[in-house]
Design a protein around this ligand. Structure first.
Ligand code: HEM
Ligand code: HEM
Length: 471
């Protein structure tokens, strides 16, 4: 196994370095067919570029994130998956340079390439070092640092990938240049933020309950902090101060103001009188109000107004769902089960709707709307497509979290009535080993009983009998 995985990765590294240094100068960029004032030529995208897109989506969008989770749970599949991913990524890199067909002016997607490829190269280098298992003497110390760095860069890769994918799409269509840049930034940053919020809520819902408990704060404390900080920024950045109030400036700025005002209240309300964490409805109300603002946001094109309206309604629905969840489903509790293994189905609603709102917002820039309007695509079909993408992303996030929970915490993947319900992972941490050992697990549970009764007595549901796990 060792040899099998180390040799190909060494070879891989060499190829990567050679390819990278060679092709960054060798590549000549044709721009002769691009008309004056345009960002792209009229040619169609050729098959090489389509294959580039397909391969990079597979490697960076699916294999690397899956491999990342396999790394976190120390699965023996980590190295093979990341090796295959890296080989595909190099192939895709080549194809990106070799395309004909549509020509592109100097663009942000190609400018971001060195950064993201550097991340990949450093992952492979560090990965090979870790795989060599040098643990004696000074290596013991170095190894610790490398594991940390490899983990940090590894977890940053999906975020960098997201950015590079967005850049790729914009480059493909020649969008977001000149006057459009500011609007694009607003849509893509806010849209991505809604999606990120949805994903973070899903992570906390399914595997973050112990972490949340250890922080001694309620979910709404963190939500309100971010809302308040973001509101401060938007209060000052949405209008060119000193100039006239144009277009939707006033709406954007007042939305910033309401965010920090509400955020402050949300922070205050996230504690009980005795300092214990407490849930509140402020972030949900902020989402609701933001949705209301967006649903009635005047636009130039009819389709744009319609897409914005649906975006607003989706966001309002997320806010309403959150209120119902906190007040009526959970009745102010943190979760339905201590480890988040069995959430109420209603609890998926808010994170999903946040993801969907994010995609709707990212898909509603002036240029995209113009493209749809010219192609006579109705807002209904477009909204369906964006919702489909949201379903797929939400599925992928849930699959990755399942993979993590099942292996890191030994949560049973199939229900096993002979197993006692697990009360907690060891010390609230994933134990980092995929191999399930019943005896170790039982011993850990035994130890944890003591920990829980000392620290968390008040948060433990009263007299909850240990029931067979049914997931
Ligand atoms: C193909 C080259 C790679 C090799 C040979 C490799 C090897 C390894 C090894 C041996 C470990 C276990 C470290 C330990 O002993 O605890 C590990 C962990 C990990 N790897 Fe990789 N890896 C590679 C690429 C990647 C890539 C591309 C990513 C990111 C997408 C990644 C993300 C991670 C993560 C997140 C961990 C867990 C670190 C932690 O728990 O903090 N690896 N890798
Ligand atoms: C993280 C994954 C990706 C990486 C590392 C990557 C890398 C590259 C590279 C190295 C080039 C050649 C740049 C140059 O000519 O200087 C390129 C070109 C291109 N890529 Fe990607 N790509 C990725 C994903 C995507 C995706 C998902 C799309 C589309 C949605 C896309 C669309 C394009 C386009 C349109 C070009 C042509 C740009 C030009 O010729 O200047 N790429 N990409």
């Amino acid at each position: 196994m060792e040899l099998f995985t180390t040799r190909p990765t060494g070879l891989l590294l060499t190829v990567l370095l050679v390819v990278f240094t060679a092709s960054s100068d060798a590549h000549e960029h044709h721009m002769d067919k691009i008309e004056e004032g345009h960002a792209i030529s009229d040619d169609p995208i050729d098959s090489i570029l389509w294959v580039h897109i397909l391969i990079q989506s597979l490697a960076w969008g699916i294999l690397f994130p899956t491999g990342m989770v396999l790394g976190i749970i120390r699965s023996r599949w980590h190295v093979p998956v990341q090796t295959v991913g890296s080989v595909l990524a190099i192939l895709g890199y080549f194809l990106g340079h070799k395309h004909k067909g549509r020509q592109f002016a100097s663009n942000i997607h190609s400018k971001f390439v060195p950064s993201i490829m550097l991340m990949l190269i450093s992952q492979v280098v560090m990965g090979i070092y870790l795989k060599l298992h040098l643990e004696r003497g000074i290596h013991g110390k170095i190894r610790k640092v490398i594991v940390k760095a490899h983990g940090i860069v590894g977890k940053a890769m999906p975020i960098a990938t997201w950015v590079q994918f967005v850049f790729g799409g914009l480059t493909m269509l020649g969008f977001c240049r000149g006057d459009h840049t500011g609007q694009c930034l607003a849509h893509f940053i806010m849209g991505s933020a809604f999606i990120a919020y949805g994903i973070i809520l899903t992570i906390l819902l399914l595997v973050g309950q112990y972490w949340l408990r250890r922080t001694g704060r309620s979910q709404e404390f963190f939500d309100s902090m971010v809302i308040a900080a973001w509101g401060c920024v938007n209060t000052f950045t949405e209008h060119r101060w000193g100039g006239p109030w144009v277009h939707n400036d006033l709406q954007h700025t007042t939305m910033g103001i309401i965010w920090w005002c509400a955020g402050l209240l949300g922070i205050w309300l996230s504690r009980k009188r005795d300092g214990q964490p407490k849930r509140n409805l402020i972030p949900a109300i902020v989402i609701l109000l933001t949705g209301f603002g967006m649903s009635a946001h005047p636009q130039h094109l009819e389709i744009s107004t319609k897409v914005h309206t649906i975006f607003g309604y989706t966001l309002m629905a997320a806010g309403v769902a959150r209120i119902v969840e906190i007040s009526f489903v959970l009745k102010d509790k943190n979760a339905t089960s201590e480890d988040g293994s069995d959430p109420n189905s209603f609890q998926y609603l808010t994170p999903f709707l946040l993801c969907a709102s994010g995609f709707l917002f990212m898909g509603a820039t002036e240029e995209q709307m113009q493209l749809l309007s010219d192609a006579h695509v109705t807002h209904v079909s477009y909204v369906f497509i964006l919702f489909s993408i949201s379903f797929l992303l939400f599925l992928f996030v849930n699959m990755l979290l399942h993979l993590y929970a099942v292996h890191a915490w030994n949560s049973p993947a199939k229900s096993d009535p002979t197993l006692p319900a697990r009360t907690a992972p060891p010390n609230g941490h994933p134990n980092g080993h995929a191999r399930a050992d019943r005896r170790i697990r039982d011993a850990e549970e035994f130890e944890l009983e003591g920990l829980i009764s000392e620290d968390d007595e008040d948060t433990k549901p009263e007299g909850k009998p240990r029931q067979p796990h049914a997931s």
